[in-house]
Design a protein around this ligand. Structure first.
Ligand code: AMP
Ligand code: ZN
Length: 462
């Protein structure tokens, strides 16, 4: 398998540290708000990487941190008028809910920064002892110049940072490229005791500790969005290298941005939609398809029409399965299905996760699965293979329910239409019409569930 390594700026043959085992770390959320659909792209990419390695027979240890101490959490606690702890707890819970709704497989370990505070302090202390870090006025900084290889990952030279640093005003730093490891706390902020007084750690130290704690000094793959290359990952790497003299990870993988109107979707630009909002509009697998139909390193533009197309594409895959399988399909047959397209799928994924090509293979399988000119056995084999490979990309999570639902397409479209008319009535505050439609549908066994975002319907089992 070839992986594009940000460190070498080329595709490299993947060699695991231990045969049959993948040690993967991907930076997780800072829990100060609901995560946006751009963050969701990063989470989906590493979810698929993990699923693919499992498909290849690897045991995957996937660590994703939760940053639950940060300036932005403190700011949010002021804005919401609740404690810092409650902000972190509220958005950690929301994070788990949204990940489940997105169909992400839970990472093997999800450590929280506040749970590893003694280890973080020990790491910073060691850097001070080694002469790679210094204390100034209750803060601790990493001295970038002490590490000759500093900048290797991002390609940023120390001198360039000197030139661009005039705007930064921090008299305590010895060099503009020095970065904070420990921050002295201001009154009212959460504090931890340390050899440098009361304060809290910087984000870059947290990830070093959380990755190495569960994966060892050097692990296989470190991932995140491309915005993390500098400074976050460069600064993680600097600390680890200063201490161990070894690389933190052998491969660095970075996903491209989800853009909106040509700009990176981000909290700070306020040009974002939360994953929650988008999940209320579209099925999770349509969103997943939207991400995976482009290469993970390419930028993607947020575009509702393309998500709708993705939704139709996913529905075509399900419909192809439905044309030949029923809800009592067997997992054994999926596991034992074999087909030459499987190696085509693997070849695509082995080429630095070419999910767009892998999806094209799924469509070839879908075409054969619904081809009535073929033998049923052959069609079924293609269908099983489609399920097996589709699951590697995280599709078909609703398979049994979808196959059990035998509502013909036209009926489905008619019900959708009636429900849309009822939404119009509600919008016009015509409650009598809205109630009548709901009751009439109920008489036919169609149950409506209203929420802020709209109505969903189900057919009651007789
Ligand atoms: P954060 O909570 O900002 O640290 O982001 C969590 C993950 O989402 C990181 O891997 C980021 O690099 C990634 N990320 C943030 N914004 C975007 C975006 N617009 N498109 C893709 N990935 C993003
Ligand atoms: Zn990180």
């Amino acid at each position: 398998m070839k992986i594009y390594n940000t460190m070498s700026r080329q595709k490299e043959e993947f060699q695991p540290l231990e045969p049959g085992r993948l040690k993967l770390y991907a930076c997780g959320p800072t829990v100060y708000n609901y995560f946006h659909i751009g963050n969701a792209r990063a989470f989906v990419v590493f979810d698929v990487l993990r699923r693919y390695f499992e498909h290849l027979g690897y045991e995957v240890i996937y660590v994703q941190n939760i940053t639950d101490i940060d300036d932005r959490i403190i700011q949010q606690s002021i804005d919401e008028g609740i404690s810092f702890h409650d902000v972190a707890a509220k958005y950690t819970k929301a994070y788990f809910e949204d990940c489940a709704a997105l169909g992400l497989k839970a990472p093997s370990v999800q450590p929280k920064a506040t749970d590893v505070m003694p280890e973080i302090i020990a790491l910073i202390d060691k850097l001070v002892q080694l002469g790679n870090a210094y204390e100034a006025g209750g803060d601790v900084y990493f001295a970038a110049q002490t590490l000759p290889q500093y900048g290797a990952l991002s390609g940023k030279k120390l001198d360039d940072q000197l030139a661009g640093a005039r705007v930064e005003e921090n008299a305590q730093k010895r060099h503009p490229a020095d970065f904070t490891l420990w921050k002295k706390s201001k009154p009212g902020e959460p504090v931890w005791q340390s050899p440098w007084g009361e304060g809290r750690p910087g984000w870059h130290s947290e990830c070093v500790v959380m990755s190495q704690k569960y994966l060892g000094e050097t692990f296989d793959i470190h991932g995140g969005g491309v915005d993390l290359v500098f400074p976050h990952h460069e600064n993680e790497l600097a600390q680890a290298t200063a201490i161990t003299g070894k690389p933190l990870a052998n491969y660095w993988m970075h996903n491209g941005f989800l853009n909106i109107d040509g700009e990176k979707m981000s909290k700070s630009l306020k040009n974002f939609f939360t994953a929650r909002e988008i999940l209320a509009e579209y099925p999770a697998e349509a969103i997943r398809f939207f991400f995976l139909s482009k290469h993970y390193r390419s930028p993607i533009d947020f575009n509702r029409e393309v998500i709708e197309e993705s939704d139709r594409a996913v529905k075509t895959l399900y419909a192809s399965l439905k044309s030949i399988l029923s809800a009592d399909f067997s997992e054994d047959e999926i596991a034992s299905s074999a087909n030459c397209l499987s190696s085509e799928f693997d070849a695509a994924m082995n080429d630095d996760l070419n999910t767009a090509k892998a999806i094209a293979v799924l469509f070839e399988l879908a075409k054969s699965a619904r081809n009535e000119k073929l033998h049923d056995e052959l069609r079924k084999n293609n269908a099983y293979m489609l399920i097996k490979l589709g699951r590697v990309l995280g599709f078909f999570q609703n398979l049994r329910a979808e196959l059990a639902d035998r509502t013909p397409d036209l009926s489905r479209q008619l019900i959708d239409l009636i429900v849309a008319y009822r939404m119009d009535a509600r919008a016009a505050k015509d409650w009598a019409a809205s109630d009548r439609i709901r009751d009439d549908l109920a008489r036919l066994g169609i149950e409506l569930k209203d929420s802020r975002e709209g109505s969903t319907w189900t057919i009651k089992e007789k």
